[in-house]
Design a protein around this ligand. Structure first.
Ligand SMILES: Cc1ncc(C[n+]2csc(CCOP(=O)(O)OP(=O)(O)O)c2C)c(N)n1
Ligand SMILES: [Mg+2]
Length: 334
């Protein structure tokens, strides 16, 4: 059961990345897909889109967000891949590193005050853990005894900076006890180990109403993004060493040894998933952009005067120079 959902999730996840072609960080994600099986509705996710995918967020919505089209829930206001979903209890991803950490501690504190039988899961990279926000989040969560699981993907790099240039201590796990946070370090390339570590962390977190820190040790096989060439700062040998250790490879060997999986099934799944994704990709591509005035709404509850002024100026400008703008690709609204 776990295996089937995981494989579907992993394969879809890879294909989404393949299509989106923005962030190619492929190896530090699939192991978290299993976590979704542990939790039901009493969890809030922060910053790990693969979990959103595994929870059942429709592929079309991923694509709508990447295109910022009229059906994008963020109405085109966010960068691509910055998904969010109220329905799936998933806070919108934000680009500045570490901002989600204190927000997550705050959300967990709110859960505690509301006496909800719930916890927050907050994902971040080892690079983000060097931000001041991480300190504030760990300390608030510990002193206020908040039900939150901090999951750090330590994938060895923050873009081009290797861990040995990021910190001199023993990684992120070593920081947990200093804050008074119960901590687990786990082989992040072992899907089942991450699954059980998180399951136990979640039980502890909810029963004890205390935070847990998990450091999942892994390696970033891909480049940081499509604008990055990682061979400029690490050797091909280093990458090759890790290639056989990826969560995908390890879990596949495991399933094959149990006779539950084979190359043929893998290929079938990849092909059908690619087809499915391309279908939604094309569908999202065809849709119009949101009505341009959406640019000015939703930021504040009521539009303040200075923004209203800009909106009126833009309206006038578009009226005067409409032939220079592709207004037909936008939704028209009066
Ligand atoms: C405050 C801030 N500084 C710098 C960046 C640019 N930046 C984007 S990703 C990244 C590296 C993040 O490394 P890590 O937290 O280890 O995550 P990984 O990409 O390895 O998953 C940096 C420096 C940013 N987004 N925000
Ligand atoms: Mg990293």
């Amino acid at each position: 059961m776990i295996a089937k959902k995981l494989l579907q999730g992993i394969s879809r996840f890879r294909c989404v990345l393949w299509q989106v072609k923005q962030y190619t960080t492929i190896t530090n994600e699939p192991q978290f897909l299993g976590i979704n099986n542990v939790f039901t509705n009493n969890i809030q996710f922060i910053n790990q889109e693969s979990v959103l995918l595994h929870r059942g967020y429709p592929l079309l919505k991923f694509m709508n967000q990447c295109y910022g089209n009229c059906d994008d829930e963020g109405k085109g206001k966010q960068m691509p891949i910055h998904y969010g979903s109220k329905e799936f209890n998933f806070m919108t991803i934000s680009s500045p590193l570490g901002t989600q950490l204190p927000q997550a501690a705050g959300a967990a504190y709110a859960f505690k005050l509301d006496k909800r039988n719930a916890c927050v899961v907050c994902y971040f990279g080892e690079g983000a853990a060097s931000e001041g926000d991480a300190h504030a989040a760990f300390n608030f969560a510990a002193t206020l005894s908040c039900p939150i699981i901090f999951i750090c993907r330590n994938n060895g790099y923050a873009i081009s900076t290797p861990v040995f240039e990021q910190f001199k201590g023993d990684g992120i796990a070593a920081k947990g006890p200093a804050y008074g946070i119960n901590t687990i370090r786990v082989d992040g390339n072992d899907v089942l180990a991450v699954y059980y570590a998180t399951k136990n962390a979640r039980d502890f977190c909810i029963k004890q109403q205390k935070p847990v820190l998990i450091e999942a040790m892994t390696y970033r096989i891909g480049h940081h993004s499509t604008s990055d060439d990682s061979t400029a700062y690490r050797s091909s040998d280093e990458i090759a060493q890790w290639n056989i250790q990826t969560p995908l490879a390890k879990f596949r060997f495991y399933l094959e040894s149990l006779g539950l999986w084979c190359q043929e099934k893998e290929q079938e799944l990849i092909n059908s998933t690619k087809e499915e994704i391309l279908h939604f990709f094309k569908e999202a591509e065809k849709k119009s952009k949101p009505y341009w005035k959406e640019l000015f709404t939703d930021v504040y509850k009521e539009i303040p005067d200075h923004i209203r002024k800009q909106m009126n100026l833009m309206e006038k400008h578009l009226e005067e120079f409409k032939e220079y703008y592709p207004l037909n690709s936008f939704v028209h609204k009066k």
